[in-house]
Design a protein around this ligand. Structure first.
Ligand code: SAM
Ligand code: SF4
Length: 417
């Protein structure tokens, strides 16, 4: 890795580790909803039919009875937010695998639509669930964006990832993605790069397939693991190589554009409709469900990771929040700087309008460092990422999600998942 990239990774790592430090002294109540804020409702469904060994998200093996009790609890949690005066413009359901019980999911979405002013609904799923029985329910349930976890179309790699048996091979995933045409406003494929066994030839075949499929959107995540999982992941799959990460990234950006327009540092879109990277689109989001992380009124909070404990709290009419922390204005501006530039550009006036403060005055060191490193350009009041800067932001976001993964590991300690 080039020296500058190493420095960015190191500084970002320290910064995000500090931001994700919760000392338990903070109130775990919700702030009152501020008026005029575009807010997203994030619902976390932690169940999966088979657990992928590289995945650091909050997930547990699927059990029908527990999952049904869980969905019931999440529907009650919606009421707790409504009673506190919250409203939401959109829903993002992530996992885990939200479609494990599609009937329960659709009932939950219907409940949320009755309570809030929902304009759009995004749902994550696996290729094995792309069958008419589930798809029909999702379409009728008002889902307009479907995000499918493909990872790769390469069966050898899928086998190495532990996904081939349960979630199906590349050819089947491609055929099912084709059959989704016209069913949803946006279909996204989640792909991964820099998996240790992944080769350049395999990436090239995946890129050719993605060009052929002409999907609405492709999201290409670099492999990100928590510090605690790193040793085990490297033992199972091989060493992580960040030189390879950079060269794969450059290949991916070349290979997908101009057919796909780059919409964030790692998301490529063909539709004019904006992407479902909710952290860019929305000012703030509520996190519902076990292990969910929310960001409301400048406060970051996490729900308990203990599934039974989560259901128990909700049954008693209590919010299941286990940790919370208020961000200072500078921290909030830094968070917005990260997220807005993840979306490739941002007018500096955004910060003055939101905080009454000048970005260049408060975060001058961050802006200057990225500018001098050749990552940022400034024109007519707008800051934008250069090609070099896009990879810098992949590093930043990788470090951000690694800090989130570390926080998840910390919260899960003592709870066997
Ligand atoms: C958390 S999963 C949820 C949806 C579904 N269960 C799936 O497997 O796609 C969403 C996406 O996160 C990405 N992902 C999971 N683990 C990852 C990791 N360790 N590093 C980077 N991306 C990861 C994968 O691309 C995956 O499709
Ligand atoms: S990658 Fe998806 S299917 Fe695999 S364990 Fe994570 S959430 Fe579950």
């Amino acid at each position: 890795m080039a020296v500058i990239e190493r420095i960015i990774a190191k500084v970002a790592r320290g910064e995000f580790a500090r931001a994700m430090r919760f000392d338990g002294k903070n109130s775990t109540d919700l702030p009152s909803p501020a008026p005029g804020v575009k807010r997203l409702l994030y619902l976390h469904i932690p169940f999966c039919e088979s657990l992928c060994p590289y995945c650091s998200f909050h997930r547990i093996p699927f059990e029908d009875a527990l999952a049904r009790a869980y969905f019931k609890a999440i529907r009650k949690e919606l009421i707790l937010y409504r009673d506190r005066g919250y409203d939401f413009a959109g829903i993002y359901v992530g996992g885990g695998t939200p479609t494990v019980l599609t009937d329960e999911l659709v009932e939950t979405l219907a409940e949320a639509r009755r309570m809030f002013s929902i304009g759009e609904i995004s749902v994550e799923t696996n290729p094995s669930h792309l069958r008419e029985d589930r798809i029909g329910l999702l379409v009728d349930g008002g889902v307009n964006r479907l995000s499918v976890g493909v990872q790769s179309f390469d069966d050898c790699l899928l086998a190495d990832m532990g996904r081939l048996d349960r979630y199906g091979g590349g050819a089947l995933a491609a055929e099912r993605l084709k059959n989704l045409r016209g069913r949803f406003e946006t279909v996204n494929a989640d792909m991964m790069f820099n998996f240790p066994a992944q080769t350049e030839a395999s990436i090239e075949r995946d890129l050719a397939m993605l060009r052929d499929l002409e999907l609405d959107q492709v999201t290409y995540y670099p492999l990100m693991v928590s510090d605690a999982a790193r040793g085990q992941v490297q033992e199972m799959f091989g060493a992580l190589d960040y030189e390879k990460e950079r060269s794969f990234y450059l290949r991916i950006t070349e290979g997908l554009t101009p057919l796909y327009r780059q919409a964030t540092a790692w998301c490529f879109s063909r539709s004019a409709a904006m992407i479902d990277e909710y952290i860019v689109d929305y000012d703030e989001y509520a996190g519902l469900g076990s292990g969910s992380i929310g960001y409301l009124g400048g406060r970051c909070y996490a729900n308990t990771f203990d599934i039974e404990g989560y259901i128990g709290e909700i049954r008693s009419g209590r919010l299941p929040i286990m940790a919370a922390r208020g961000f200072t204005v500078k921290e909030r501006m830094r968070y917005d700087f990260l997220m807005k530039l993840f979306g490739l550009s941002c007018p500096v006036s955004f910060f003055r309008d939101k905080y009454g403060l000048s970005l260049l005055r408060v975060l001058w060191q961050d802006v200057l460092a990225f500018y001098l490193a050749g990552g940022l350009r400034y024109k007519s009041g707008v800051l934008g990422l250069t090609l070099r800067g896009r990879y810098f932001w992949v590093i930043m976001m990788r470090q951000f999600f690694t800090a989130v993964n570390n926080f998840r590991d910390y919260c899960r300690r003592g709870i066997e998942v």
